[in-house]
Design a protein around this ligand. Structure first.
Ligand SMILES: [Zn+2]
Length: 451
């Protein structure tokens, strides 16, 4: 009997971990960190309901932290199997996991230095050594190739769009076919291929980040230009917290288009995130998995000045002239963008432009809700800058696109709706029932289903 249980991303958007069990063999689809609200983040510290050593393999749909960020802990706690991913996902995961480990270690050091933790000493969830060990467990699988795992599972990755290397995973085990969507990208995205769907499967697990939203069809470059031009006219600086992988490159592409069309004058653009710089380099290296050719990559990604070291980043902070700064992290939970928010947030001539999904409990979400001050590095910083949002840049399919992806399949026995806030998942469930007539369910965390 095949059993399915979601250990995360059930009723919430982070912590994706879906456990399949058959004849006392187990595989985990994705192995993400919980992010955002404290009660979610605390779950990263709780032991999994199944000991990591009892999991045979992990199948990783893509490298985003909320899908991959628990891997170092899984390995540290005894996982000995292989982690299957596309080659591009492995490369992106290397950036993301090392960065995550670095931040975990830095946070623990900060708490210890300032005696801010009730734990003595405060320990990181994992360190850089754990991230390196996790990377040694990776084995890469080509898109569209069907492989057999030792425990009788067959696996095929297909393009999901979304970010570099992202795949949906079709898994066949014990005569049952399942489709795990991972995160689904947008159709007609300028950078990434359209998500692929189709065929006969018994069960589908689908994400629902935007299950209750339809993205604006406004041209993203035009929307960016409007916000940038208004800010420049005020003599201000445009700060864009951006996910280092995917979003930062997409922004560069749109700014390159604008500059090529003679827009935005001579205002400089800075890419101030070492990880985004590395991710940009990976885009150039894996050009077969996105839509930009070498020449376009070279030109578009060459539009910005890259600030690799801290001194160059500090020079941006000190620079009073109009400029555009793209910096991570995308939800302002950490990284260099915090320094920019501290410097540029209090002045109304500047703009903070939110460019992606903002999970509850993050500074980005607070800004989205109109917060007038933010706590950064232990200090309250007043926010008088304009806060703008650009929804159409999302890396996630909207409700219509999720329906388009789903309707490519023949009717399955059941759809499992995960990776969404409860309202979003429920809205998608209602649409699936109404428009396709299919049976679907929004699983609770740790709820077990027999397939
Ligand atoms: Zn993702």
């Amino acid at each position: 009997m095949l059993k399915l249980k979601s250990l995360g991303a059930a009723g919430t958007v982070t912590g994706a971990k879906h456990l399949l069990e058959f004849d006392s063999h187990r595989i985990l689809i994705d192995c993400g960190l919980f992010q955002g609200l404290k009660n979610l983040r605390e779950q990263n510290w709780e032991p999994l309901p199944v000991p990591p050593r009892d999991i045979d393999a992990v199948i990783l749909t893509h490298a985003h932290l909320d899908h991959s960020g628990y891997l170092p802990r899984l390995v540290r706690d005894g996982f000995r199997g292989k982690i299957y991913a596309t080659e591009a996902t492995r490369d992106v995961a290397e950036l993301i996991l090392k960065d995550s480990a670095f931040l975990q270690e830095k946070d623990a050091d900060f708490l210890n230095q300032h005696h801010l933790s009730k734990h003595q000493p405060a320990l990181p969830l994992y360190g850089i050594r754990d991230a390196q060990r996790a990377l040694e467990h990776f084995t890469t699988v080509d898109f569209n190739e069907v492989i057999e795992l030792r425990n009788g599972v067959s696996l095929q990755f297909r393009h999901a769009g979304h970010i570099l290397g992202a795949a949906n995973a079709e898994i066949q085990w014990g005569g049952t076919r399942m489709m795990f969507s991972g995160d689904i990208g947008r159709y007609g995205d300028p950078l990434f291929p359209d998500p692929v769907s189709g065929g006969n499967v018994d069960y589908i697990m689908v994400e629902s980040t935007y299950g209750n939203r339809v993205h604006s069809d406004e041209d993203p470059a035009e929307a960016l230009a409007t916000v940038a031009e208004r800010t420049i006219k005020r003599g201000g600086t445009l700060i864009i917290p951006a996910f280092a992988v995917g979003r930062a490159q997409e922004l560069l592409y749109h700014f390159w288009k604008l500059k090529s069309a003679g827009r935005l004058g001579s205002v400089p653009i800075f890419l101030d995130s070492p990880m985004a710089i590395d991710a940009t380099e990976l885009m150039s290296r894996h050009s077969q998995h996105h839509r930009l050719d070498h020449e376009t990559c070279r030109k578009a990604f060459g539009i910005a000045r890259y600030t690799d070291d801290v001194e160059a980043s500090k020079a941006i902070t000190a620079n009073p002239f109009p400029k555009i700064v793209i910096s991570a992290s995308g939800m302002a939970t950490g990284g260099r963008v915090l320094h920019h928010l501290k410097t540029f947030g209090p002045d109304p001539k500047n703009t903070i432009l939110l460019s992606g999904f903002q999970a509850m409990g993050t500074r980005g979400h607070a800004l989205q809700q109109g917060a007038k001050e933010l706590k950064i590095h232990g200090m309250w910083v007043p926010i008088n800058a304009e806060v703008a949002q650009i929804g159409m840049l999302s890396a996630h399919a909207d409700s219509n696109e999720l329906m388009r992806w789903l309707s490519g399949f023949n009717e399955p026995k059941r759809v499992f709706i995960v990776h969404g806030e409860p309202d979003a998942s429920e809205a998608l469930r209602v649409r699936i029932k109404r428009e396709l007539g299919w049976s679907s369910v929004v699983p609770r965390q740790d709820q077990e289903f027999q397939l």
